[in-house]
Ligand binder design. Sequence first.
Ligand code: BTN
Length: 246
Amino acid sequence: LGKKVVYHTSLKSTQEMAHLEAAKNAEEGVLVVADEQTGGRGRLGRSWHSPAGTGIWMSLVLKPRIALQKAPQLTLLTAVGVVRAIEKETGLAADIKWPNDILLNGKKIVGILTELQAEADQIHSVIIGMGMNINQKKEHFPEDIAAIATSLSAESGKEYSRAGLIAAVMLELEELYKVYLKDGFGLIKLLWESRAQSLGKRITARNLNGTLTGFAKGITDEGVLLLEDDEGMVHSIYSADIEITT
Ligand code: BTN
């Protein structure tokens, strides 16, 4: 993965470009990287702050032969790979917040956005977008983001090689992806669970359907979060923002 890199100094969004590459029948593993994004996208229609030269903004094209409903597994796989790469490259221990945030000292350093191209039930390609805050200084974050987000550098005081981190992420993802295609989700799920900070805790989940508070029991094989409410009823959460409640 990442053997072929499509690099641009400035793009609206690497997701958009990766979708175009995929539509042109790009081979699996093509990686779109931009130094800056002018219209970076986050989950749930949010925007993603992507200033020039400080973070990693990239989108990877995968073409797994898996059922459509298994695609969320790839988001979880990506989170595991990114956490492992960060740890290997920097020695910093980040953890995962379901479904796709990576936190360092309780603040977000990485966001993952998975999008699909599919026909009927058949996946054509999966576009995995990764936004990694690397060398931003604390004071470079806009005020509203500073409360919830940070960068590797803002936490450790050191600077990191973005190229080195990209290579490390690709290496980890390739390894995990091979295991996944060969043996399925089992090991990836275990690795994910060992890095997930919210499991076994009391959480609040908010989405378009409303707000639910309860105990985070675990995830299913499809990557769905299981939340047990105070009446003992277990809810499947497909998409939400979660918060650890005390
Ligand atoms: C999130 O909301 O947490 C997901 C953020 C994903 C941001 C990345 S940056 C590279 C890629 N291109 C985009 O426009 N978004 C993703």
